[in-house]
Write a protein that binds this ligand. Structure first.
Ligand SMILES: Cc1ncc(COP(=O)(O)O)c(C=O)c1O
Length: 370
Protein backbone atom coordinates (compact mmCIF):
# COMPACT_ATOMS: atom_id res chain seq x y z
CA UNK A 1 0.00 0.00 0.00
CA UNK A 2 1.40 3.40 -0.92
CA UNK A 3 -0.53 5.29 1.74
CA UNK A 4 1.48 6.09 4.85
CA UNK A 5 -0.01 4.73 8.08
CA UNK A 6 1.46 6.38 11.19
CA UNK A 7 4.14 4.01 12.58
CA UNK A 8 2.79 4.33 16.13
CA UNK A 9 -0.55 2.92 14.92
CA UNK A 10 1.17 -0.08 13.34
CA UNK A 11 2.78 -0.78 16.73
CA UNK A 12 -0.69 -1.34 18.20
CA UNK A 13 -2.24 -4.78 18.57
CA UNK A 14 -5.96 -4.91 17.73
CA UNK A 15 -7.93 -5.64 20.94
CA UNK A 16 -8.70 -9.32 21.26
CA UNK A 17 -12.09 -9.56 22.98
CA UNK A 18 -13.67 -12.65 24.53
CA UNK A 19 -15.28 -14.73 21.76
CA UNK A 20 -19.01 -14.03 21.28
CA UNK A 21 -21.40 -16.91 22.09
CA UNK A 22 -22.95 -16.83 18.61
CA UNK A 23 -19.54 -17.29 16.93
CA UNK A 24 -18.60 -20.26 19.12
CA UNK A 25 -22.00 -21.91 18.54
CA UNK A 26 -21.64 -21.46 14.79
CA UNK A 27 -18.01 -22.55 14.51
CA UNK A 28 -18.21 -25.56 16.81
CA UNK A 29 -21.80 -26.57 16.12
CA UNK A 30 -22.69 -26.39 19.82
CA UNK A 31 -26.13 -25.70 21.31
CA UNK A 32 -25.03 -24.83 24.83
CA UNK A 33 -22.32 -22.21 25.16
CA UNK A 34 -21.40 -20.41 28.38
CA UNK A 35 -19.38 -17.19 28.15
CA UNK A 36 -17.20 -16.44 31.16
CA UNK A 37 -14.70 -14.33 29.26
CA UNK A 38 -15.58 -10.65 29.58
CA UNK A 39 -16.42 -10.08 33.26
CA UNK A 40 -20.04 -9.23 32.50
CA UNK A 41 -22.87 -9.22 35.04
CA UNK A 42 -24.36 -12.75 35.29
CA UNK A 43 -27.74 -11.33 36.34
CA UNK A 44 -27.97 -9.04 33.32
CA UNK A 45 -29.04 -5.40 33.52
CA UNK A 46 -31.27 -3.91 36.20
CA UNK A 47 -34.93 -4.20 35.11
CA UNK A 48 -35.16 -0.46 35.86
CA UNK A 49 -32.48 0.20 33.22
CA UNK A 50 -34.31 -1.97 30.68
CA UNK A 51 -37.55 -0.03 31.26
CA UNK A 52 -35.71 3.31 30.97
CA UNK A 53 -34.14 2.26 27.65
CA UNK A 54 -37.52 1.16 26.26
CA UNK A 55 -38.92 4.57 27.15
CA UNK A 56 -35.89 6.47 25.79
CA UNK A 57 -36.06 4.49 22.52
CA UNK A 58 -39.18 6.46 21.57
CA UNK A 59 -37.00 9.57 21.27
CA UNK A 60 -34.07 8.07 19.42
CA UNK A 61 -34.60 10.42 16.46
CA UNK A 62 -33.44 13.28 18.74
CA UNK A 63 -29.73 13.90 19.39
CA UNK A 64 -28.67 13.02 22.92
CA UNK A 65 -27.90 15.66 25.54
CA UNK A 66 -24.24 16.22 24.63
CA UNK A 67 -23.51 17.47 28.14
CA UNK A 68 -25.19 14.40 29.73
CA UNK A 69 -26.59 16.80 32.32
CA UNK A 70 -29.07 14.46 34.03
CA UNK A 71 -26.59 11.59 34.19
CA UNK A 72 -23.92 13.82 35.70
CA UNK A 73 -26.43 15.12 38.26
CA UNK A 74 -27.29 11.52 39.19
CA UNK A 75 -23.58 10.61 39.53
CA UNK A 76 -22.91 13.78 41.51
CA UNK A 77 -25.72 12.95 44.00
CA UNK A 78 -24.85 9.29 44.33
CA UNK A 79 -21.13 9.74 44.89
CA UNK A 80 -21.05 13.19 46.51
CA UNK A 81 -18.72 14.62 43.88
CA UNK A 82 -19.11 18.03 42.25
CA UNK A 83 -20.85 18.18 38.85
CA UNK A 84 -17.81 19.95 37.36
CA UNK A 85 -15.55 17.09 38.37
CA UNK A 86 -17.39 14.43 36.33
CA UNK A 87 -16.80 13.17 32.77
CA UNK A 88 -18.83 10.49 31.01
CA UNK A 89 -17.84 8.32 28.08
CA UNK A 90 -18.83 5.59 25.65
CA UNK A 91 -17.58 3.04 28.17
CA UNK A 92 -14.55 3.81 30.28
CA UNK A 93 -12.59 2.58 27.23
CA UNK A 94 -13.40 5.87 25.54
CA UNK A 95 -12.25 7.85 28.56
CA UNK A 96 -8.92 5.97 28.57
CA UNK A 97 -8.49 6.91 24.92
CA UNK A 98 -9.41 10.59 25.46
CA UNK A 99 -7.15 10.93 28.50
CA UNK A 100 -4.21 9.62 26.47
CA UNK A 101 -4.87 12.25 23.83
CA UNK A 102 -5.26 14.99 26.46
CA UNK A 103 -2.03 14.29 28.37
CA UNK A 104 0.37 12.63 25.92
CA UNK A 105 1.69 13.30 22.46
CA UNK A 106 5.21 14.67 22.87
CA UNK A 107 7.85 12.36 21.44
CA UNK A 108 9.56 11.87 24.79
CA UNK A 109 6.40 11.76 26.94
CA UNK A 110 6.25 8.62 29.04
CA UNK A 111 3.18 6.74 30.19
CA UNK A 112 3.61 4.16 32.93
CA UNK A 113 1.50 1.11 33.69
CA UNK A 114 1.71 -2.24 35.49
CA UNK A 115 2.49 -5.46 33.62
CA UNK A 116 0.22 -7.25 33.11
CA UNK A 117 -2.63 -4.79 33.33
CA UNK A 118 -5.45 -3.56 31.12
CA UNK A 119 -4.39 -3.50 27.47
CA UNK A 120 -6.27 -0.32 26.54
CA UNK A 121 -3.63 1.73 28.38
CA UNK A 122 -1.05 0.40 25.88
CA UNK A 123 -3.33 1.50 23.08
CA UNK A 124 -3.76 5.00 24.54
CA UNK A 125 0.02 5.35 24.81
CA UNK A 126 0.72 4.22 21.25
CA UNK A 127 -2.04 6.30 19.73
CA UNK A 128 -1.06 9.54 21.48
CA UNK A 129 1.86 8.68 20.78
CA UNK A 130 4.17 8.35 23.76
CA UNK A 131 6.77 6.05 25.25
CA UNK A 132 5.23 3.16 27.13
CA UNK A 133 6.92 2.12 30.37
CA UNK A 134 5.67 -1.20 31.79
CA UNK A 135 6.55 -2.16 35.34
CA UNK A 136 6.11 -5.84 36.28
CA UNK A 137 3.65 -6.63 39.09
CA UNK A 138 5.22 -7.78 42.39
CA UNK A 139 5.55 -11.43 43.48
CA UNK A 140 1.91 -11.41 44.64
CA UNK A 141 0.73 -10.00 41.31
CA UNK A 142 -0.09 -6.54 42.73
CA UNK A 143 1.09 -3.23 41.29
CA UNK A 144 4.66 -2.74 42.52
CA UNK A 145 4.27 0.85 43.66
CA UNK A 146 7.86 1.20 44.90
CA UNK A 147 9.19 0.05 41.53
CA UNK A 148 6.77 2.37 39.75
CA UNK A 149 7.83 5.37 41.87
CA UNK A 150 11.46 4.42 41.23
CA UNK A 151 10.91 4.33 37.46
CA UNK A 152 9.57 7.90 37.24
CA UNK A 153 11.74 10.11 35.03
CA UNK A 154 11.55 13.81 34.12
CA UNK A 155 9.50 12.68 31.06
CA UNK A 156 6.82 10.80 33.00
CA UNK A 157 3.40 12.37 32.34
CA UNK A 158 0.85 9.78 33.33
CA UNK A 159 0.64 6.67 35.54
CA UNK A 160 -2.16 4.07 35.29
CA UNK A 161 -3.22 1.80 38.12
CA UNK A 162 -6.16 -0.57 37.67
CA UNK A 163 -7.52 -1.27 41.14
CA UNK A 164 -8.66 -4.06 41.26
CA UNK A 165 -6.30 -4.96 38.45
CA UNK A 166 -7.35 -6.74 35.27
CA UNK A 167 -6.35 -9.55 34.59
CA UNK A 168 -5.11 -10.45 38.09
CA UNK A 169 -7.99 -9.18 40.28
CA UNK A 170 -5.48 -8.04 42.90
CA UNK A 171 -5.65 -4.72 44.76
CA UNK A 172 -3.34 -2.17 46.30
CA UNK A 173 -4.38 -0.75 49.66
CA UNK A 174 -4.87 2.82 50.88
CA UNK A 175 -1.70 3.27 52.91
CA UNK A 176 0.49 2.00 50.06
CA UNK A 177 -1.31 4.12 47.47
CA UNK A 178 -1.16 7.29 49.56
CA UNK A 179 2.56 6.84 50.23
CA UNK A 180 3.03 6.38 46.48
CA UNK A 181 0.93 9.43 45.63
CA UNK A 182 2.91 11.60 48.05
CA UNK A 183 6.11 10.59 46.27
CA UNK A 184 4.86 11.52 42.78
CA UNK A 185 5.65 14.95 41.28
CA UNK A 186 2.83 17.48 40.93
CA UNK A 187 3.03 17.54 37.12
CA UNK A 188 2.24 13.83 36.78
CA UNK A 189 -1.34 12.59 36.71
CA UNK A 190 -2.21 9.29 38.38
CA UNK A 191 -5.24 7.42 37.02
CA UNK A 192 -7.00 4.93 39.29
CA UNK A 193 -9.07 2.74 36.99
CA UNK A 194 -11.79 1.42 39.28
CA UNK A 195 -13.83 -0.63 36.79
CA UNK A 196 -14.27 -3.36 39.45
CA UNK A 197 -14.53 -1.04 42.49
CA UNK A 198 -18.01 -2.18 43.57
CA UNK A 199 -16.82 -5.77 44.04
CA UNK A 200 -14.08 -4.67 46.45
CA UNK A 201 -15.46 -1.60 48.19
CA UNK A 202 -16.50 -3.39 51.38
CA UNK A 203 -12.76 -3.47 52.18
CA UNK A 204 -12.16 -0.31 54.24
CA UNK A 205 -8.56 -0.27 53.03
CA UNK A 206 -9.54 0.05 49.35
CA UNK A 207 -8.53 3.47 47.99
CA UNK A 208 -11.40 5.49 46.52
CA UNK A 209 -10.40 7.89 43.75
CA UNK A 210 -13.27 10.25 44.64
CA UNK A 211 -11.63 11.02 48.01
CA UNK A 212 -8.40 12.12 46.30
CA UNK A 213 -10.21 14.24 43.72
CA UNK A 214 -12.06 15.98 46.56
CA UNK A 215 -8.71 16.63 48.26
CA UNK A 216 -7.49 18.37 45.09
CA UNK A 217 -4.86 15.74 44.24
CA UNK A 218 -3.77 15.09 40.63
CA UNK A 219 -5.82 11.91 40.51
CA UNK A 220 -8.36 10.75 37.96
CA UNK A 221 -10.80 7.98 38.87
CA UNK A 222 -12.51 5.88 36.21
CA UNK A 223 -15.65 3.82 36.83
CA UNK A 224 -17.88 1.83 34.53
CA UNK A 225 -21.49 0.75 34.23
CA UNK A 226 -20.34 -2.40 32.38
CA UNK A 227 -19.58 -4.64 35.35
CA UNK A 228 -21.56 -4.44 38.62
CA UNK A 229 -24.30 -2.39 36.93
CA UNK A 230 -24.67 -4.85 34.04
CA UNK A 231 -24.71 -2.38 31.11
CA UNK A 232 -21.67 -3.54 29.08
CA UNK A 233 -23.57 -3.67 25.80
CA UNK A 234 -24.88 -0.13 25.84
CA UNK A 235 -21.44 1.41 26.60
CA UNK A 236 -21.25 3.96 29.37
CA UNK A 237 -18.61 4.82 31.94
CA UNK A 238 -17.63 7.86 33.96
CA UNK A 239 -14.63 9.53 35.45
CA UNK A 240 -13.93 11.95 38.29
CA UNK A 241 -11.09 14.46 38.09
CA UNK A 242 -10.12 18.03 38.96
CA UNK A 243 -12.13 20.64 36.97
CA UNK A 244 -9.23 21.54 34.67
CA UNK A 245 -8.97 17.97 33.44
CA UNK A 246 -12.73 17.72 32.90
CA UNK A 247 -12.54 20.94 30.87
CA UNK A 248 -9.78 19.45 28.69
CA UNK A 249 -11.71 16.20 28.08
CA UNK A 250 -14.79 18.22 27.11
CA UNK A 251 -12.72 19.93 24.44
CA UNK A 252 -11.28 16.65 23.14
CA UNK A 253 -14.33 14.39 23.15
CA UNK A 254 -16.95 13.90 20.47
CA UNK A 255 -19.98 16.16 20.98
CA UNK A 256 -22.47 13.32 21.59
CA UNK A 257 -20.16 10.64 22.98
CA UNK A 258 -22.75 8.95 25.21
CA UNK A 259 -25.92 8.02 23.36
CA UNK A 260 -29.35 8.78 24.77
CA UNK A 261 -30.25 5.15 25.54
CA UNK A 262 -27.01 4.72 27.49
CA UNK A 263 -27.66 7.90 29.47
CA UNK A 264 -31.16 6.72 30.39
CA UNK A 265 -29.93 3.23 31.30
CA UNK A 266 -27.14 4.56 33.51
CA UNK A 267 -29.43 6.95 35.42
CA UNK A 268 -31.88 4.12 36.12
CA UNK A 269 -29.09 1.68 37.04
CA UNK A 270 -27.68 4.12 39.60
CA UNK A 271 -31.09 4.08 41.23
CA UNK A 272 -31.17 0.27 41.55
CA UNK A 273 -28.88 -0.28 44.52
CA UNK A 274 -30.42 -3.70 45.23
CA UNK A 275 -29.32 -5.01 41.84
CA UNK A 276 -25.71 -4.03 42.56
CA UNK A 277 -25.84 -5.46 46.11
CA UNK A 278 -27.26 -8.74 44.82
CA UNK A 279 -24.56 -8.89 42.14
CA UNK A 280 -21.74 -8.21 44.60
CA UNK A 281 -23.03 -10.75 47.16
CA UNK A 282 -23.37 -13.44 44.52
CA UNK A 283 -19.90 -12.57 43.27
CA UNK A 284 -18.33 -13.26 46.66
CA UNK A 285 -19.78 -16.78 46.72
CA UNK A 286 -18.83 -17.30 43.06
CA UNK A 287 -15.20 -16.35 43.73
CA UNK A 288 -15.08 -18.86 46.60
CA UNK A 289 -16.42 -21.62 44.37
CA UNK A 290 -14.03 -20.88 41.51
CA UNK A 291 -11.05 -20.61 43.87
CA UNK A 292 -11.92 -23.96 45.47
CA UNK A 293 -12.30 -25.67 42.08
CA UNK A 294 -8.93 -24.38 40.84
CA UNK A 295 -7.19 -25.41 44.08
CA UNK A 296 -8.69 -28.90 43.92
CA UNK A 297 -6.99 -29.32 40.54
CA UNK A 298 -3.61 -28.11 41.82
CA UNK A 299 -3.90 -24.68 40.19
CA UNK A 300 -3.16 -21.48 42.09
CA UNK A 301 -5.80 -18.74 41.87
CA UNK A 302 -4.67 -15.18 42.54
CA UNK A 303 -6.41 -13.29 45.34
CA UNK A 304 -9.22 -11.70 43.35
CA UNK A 305 -11.21 -8.67 44.50
CA UNK A 306 -13.02 -8.39 41.16
CA UNK A 307 -15.66 -10.48 39.34
CA UNK A 308 -13.21 -12.97 37.81
CA UNK A 309 -10.45 -15.32 38.86
CA UNK A 310 -7.02 -15.53 37.22
CA UNK A 311 -5.43 -18.85 38.09
CA UNK A 312 -1.95 -20.20 37.47
CA UNK A 313 -2.56 -23.65 35.96
CA UNK A 314 1.14 -24.60 36.25
CA UNK A 315 1.04 -25.47 32.56
CA UNK A 316 0.31 -23.46 29.40
CA UNK A 317 -3.28 -22.23 29.57
CA UNK A 318 -3.91 -22.08 25.80
CA UNK A 319 -4.62 -25.85 25.40
CA UNK A 320 -6.95 -25.76 28.45
CA UNK A 321 -8.71 -22.71 27.01
CA UNK A 322 -9.08 -24.53 23.65
CA UNK A 323 -10.38 -27.73 25.27
CA UNK A 324 -12.92 -25.76 27.33
CA UNK A 325 -14.03 -23.91 24.19
CA UNK A 326 -14.73 -27.21 22.41
CA UNK A 327 -16.90 -28.11 25.38
CA UNK A 328 -18.83 -24.85 25.08
CA UNK A 329 -17.16 -22.78 27.81
CA UNK A 330 -15.52 -19.51 26.75
CA UNK A 331 -12.76 -18.24 29.07
CA UNK A 332 -9.65 -16.09 28.42
CA UNK A 333 -6.24 -17.61 28.01
CA UNK A 334 -3.40 -15.83 29.77
CA UNK A 335 -1.16 -15.87 26.70
CA UNK A 336 -3.13 -12.89 25.37
CA UNK A 337 -3.20 -11.26 28.81
CA UNK A 338 0.52 -11.42 29.63
CA UNK A 339 0.80 -14.61 31.73
CA UNK A 340 0.69 -17.71 29.48
CA UNK A 341 0.17 -20.26 32.29
CA UNK A 342 -2.92 -18.50 33.61
CA UNK A 343 -6.59 -18.81 32.76
CA UNK A 344 -9.11 -16.04 33.47
CA UNK A 345 -12.70 -16.94 34.18
CA UNK A 346 -15.54 -14.58 35.08
CA UNK A 347 -18.02 -15.29 37.86
CA UNK A 348 -21.19 -16.50 36.13
CA UNK A 349 -24.56 -17.61 37.47
CA UNK A 350 -24.54 -20.64 39.81
CA UNK A 351 -25.45 -22.83 36.88
CA UNK A 352 -22.68 -21.42 34.68
CA UNK A 353 -20.16 -22.00 37.47
CA UNK A 354 -21.40 -25.62 37.79
CA UNK A 355 -20.83 -26.12 34.06
CA UNK A 356 -17.39 -24.47 34.13
CA UNK A 357 -16.23 -26.51 37.12
CA UNK A 358 -17.39 -29.85 35.71
CA UNK A 359 -15.92 -29.11 32.25
CA UNK A 360 -12.61 -27.94 33.75
CA UNK A 361 -12.42 -31.14 35.80
CA UNK A 362 -13.17 -33.17 32.68
CA UNK A 363 -10.43 -31.36 30.73
CA UNK A 364 -7.89 -31.97 33.50
CA UNK A 365 -8.99 -35.63 33.84
CA UNK A 366 -8.56 -36.16 30.08
CA UNK A 367 -5.09 -34.55 30.26
CA UNK A 368 -4.23 -31.67 28.02
CA UNK A 369 -1.30 -31.90 25.68
CA UNK A 370 0.70 -28.79 24.98
C1 LIG B 1 -9.63 -2.40 34.17
C2 LIG B 1 -10.66 -2.08 33.13
N1 LIG B 1 -10.85 -0.80 32.78
C3 LIG B 1 -11.74 -0.45 31.86
C4 LIG B 1 -12.51 -1.41 31.22
C5 LIG B 1 -13.44 -0.95 30.13
O1 LIG B 1 -14.74 -0.98 30.53
P1 LIG B 1 -15.89 -0.28 29.67
O2 LIG B 1 -15.27 0.35 28.47
O3 LIG B 1 -16.83 -1.37 29.33
O4 LIG B 1 -16.47 0.74 30.59
C6 LIG B 1 -12.36 -2.74 31.53
C7 LIG B 1 -13.16 -3.76 30.83
O5 LIG B 1 -12.97 -4.94 30.92
C8 LIG B 1 -11.41 -3.10 32.52
O6 LIG B 1 -11.20 -4.38 32.84
Amino acid sequence: MSLRIRPNVLKMEPYSPGKPISEVKRELGLDRVVKLASNENPFGPSPKAVAAVQQAALDMHIYPDGAAHDLKVAISRKFGVSFDQIMVGNGSDELIHILGLVFLGGESDEMMMGDPSFSRYDAAAHLAPSQLVKIPLDSEYRHDLDAMAGAVTPNTRMIWIANPNNPTGTIIRKHAFERFLDSIREDIVVVLDEAYHEFAESDPELPNSIDYVKQGRNVIGLRTFSKAYGLAGIRVGFGVAPEGIIDATNRAREPFNVNSLAQAAAIAALDDTEHVIRTVEHNRRGLDRLNAAFRELGAEPMESHANFVFADLKQPARPVFAALLKRGVITRSGDVLGLPNCLRVSVGTDEEIDIFVSELKAVFAAGVSN
